[in-house]
Write a protein that binds this ligand. Sequence first.
Ligand code: SF4
Length: 317
Amino acid sequence: MACGKRIYKHLFGPVPSRRLGISLGIDLIPHKTCSYNCIYCECGKTTNLTSERREYVPTAEVIEELDSYLSESPRLDYITYSGSGEPTLHSGIEKITRFIKDNYPGYRVALLTNGSLFFDKGVRDEMKDIDVIIPSLDAATDIGFMKIDRPCSSLKVEEIISGLVELKKEFSGEFWLEIFVVPGLNDTEEELAALSKAVHRIAPDRVQLNTLDRPGVVDWIRAATQEELEKFAEGLGYERTEITGRPSSRSGVESFSGDAMECIIQTISRRPCTVEDLSSILGMHPNEINKYIQLLIEEGRVAEKREERGIFFVSVE
Ligand code: SF4
């Protein structure tokens, strides 16, 4: 693989995470398997829309990779279930968390999840050893849910909200609820009132408002402005609400890898590439590529172009 990094199949990073500092990613789900097909997803369209839980990748293989990586005592703020699909669909998640906690108890574990399976008590119980759960909830009406998250037909937003309410009551770790603000869809009076009611029922430790960094699956949505985010926070009326900031520069990102950044620049200066192209050329996880691309866009070194095959990145140096 290019850039002199060792290849892991199920681990990626560490990546600079806006909320979790230096974060080692664990990807348990093949691209792109998810119970939602969100219009803003940076991982592309869901090709396997499912709520079926199974061992999508071998649990033993993930544990073996973690053992190899963590035995070198890397400096990490979190080990995070994330990646290119919904991690709670994997039936081995409890066993993997238990392995980390039993063998490397100094590391904190986080879960980024769409929260769609927590109506099931069995799934909630499997999360008990995790330190921070960050579920998302983008709408609290059926219509808003269908428009933004485009879920599996078996999933109902009211059941999902009830599952989050139960999880918050049972879970002893940190619980941060993420809302992805999509102007014109979930910031209307009706949607905001329903979301506000749901958020007060769930009572998360924090609500984090997020918006589009980069083009999503569809081209007709745009990022919320700072003013719109502030208005949204006001309409939500939940005291512990914050607007999540992105790392403003590479100097603020301790896990920043200059090598990785240069590899990306060199590759796209030869020809425009999608995230998937870069991932297969450089052997880096798409989420890792996404983090660096974001920094490069902010620095004005890379621009994006929407083509039929997807979003391409071009060098502007
Ligand atoms: S839940 Fe996450 S991975 Fe699934 S489609 Fe939505 S943004 Fe993408």
